[in-house]
Design a protein around this ligand. Structure first.
Ligand code: SF4
Length: 262
């Protein structure tokens, strides 16, 4: 009896995150390098990224301390120095400047935490949460929420810190975070809001999707579908050059990279 050696293909659920969705939306070819081919990313010193990573950790440490000891830590400069890796910096002077910058930003922000916010019940810091889509195209969306609190009226607020320029956000990314938090808490998505806090200006923008969250969910499903259809054929992940090529870690591997960024 002839035995077929061909096994039915097992489709593993696609793994997505707010960052990978954003990457796809900016440039499918960069997505392919990052998440399918897993090409080595060119390591370039990216100052805003270093600052952003450190400030998240400093704020997390501050809120952890508030939970444990009832107050924020006293020496934010020491904390900033602890979380900002000096070896990634081209020189000590720039590193020191950024330590001061982070400490100042964190001090200013923590000084504005108003009483109602302090009364909110903390649900998580740097909290990893998931949204799973079981039907085709199956995918698991994973997000990390900077801070999640339950407000006295029962609603849930997700607070996202941004150290970059105000008004730089991608609503699909924010909706992805919203879906992950609602799904992990098993609560009505309409009870969740996302607040983006721009630390440089202390501007806070609150996003209430309401019934519109369904439209974003459908959008994310469409992206997952497009990725499923294109994988693994590199030619179906077209390069779409734009301003983001400036910081693209795959610029050296990309046939369409603009000359000025090579
Ligand atoms: S260099 Fe530009 S076009 Fe090429 S992969 Fe990167 S973002 Fe896409």
């Amino acid at each position: 009896m002839a035995v077929s050696l061909v096994r039915p293909a097992m489709l593993r659920p696609l793994r997505l995150s707010p960052t990978s969705l954003h990457r796809w939306r900016e440039c499918p070819h960069a997505y392919w390098h990052a998440y399918i081919r897993k090409s080595p990313a060119e390591v370039v010193f990216n100052r805003p990224m270093e600052r952003g990573g450190a400030i998240h950790n400093v704020l997390k440490a501050c809120f952890d301390n508030l939970q444990a000891a009832g107050e924020f830590p006293g020496d934010l400069t020491a904390l900033a120095a602890e979380y900002l890796p000096p070896y990634r910096y081209p020189d000590r002077e720039t590193w020191r400047e950024d330590v001061e910058w982070i400490a100042r930003l964190a001090t200013e922000y923590l000084g504005t935490i108003a009483a109602p916010q302090a009364r909110a019940r903390l649900l998580g810091l740097e909290w990893v949460c998931h949204f799973t889509h079981e039907e085709y195209p199956s995918f698991i969306l994973t997000a990390r929420a900077d801070r999640v609190v339950r407000l006295p009226d029962g609603r849930v607020r997700v607070i996202e810190y941004k150290s970059g320029k105000p008004n730089t956000y991608d609503l699909v990314q924010i909706a992805a975070l919203h879906l992950c938090v609602a799904s992990t808490l098993r609560c009505d998505a309409q009870l969740v809001t996302v607040s983006t806090v721009f630390l440089r200006t202390n501007d806070e923008r609150e996003w209430e999707f309401g019934p519109g969250i369904a439209e974003y969910r459908a959008w994310i499903i469409d992206i997952a579908h497009a990725i499923r259809l294109a994988t693994p054929d590199a030619t179906r992940f077209a390069p779409t050059p734009g301003p983001f090529c400036r910081t693209c870690p795959y610029v050296g591997l990309c046939p369409a990279a603009p000359d000025e960024f090579r």
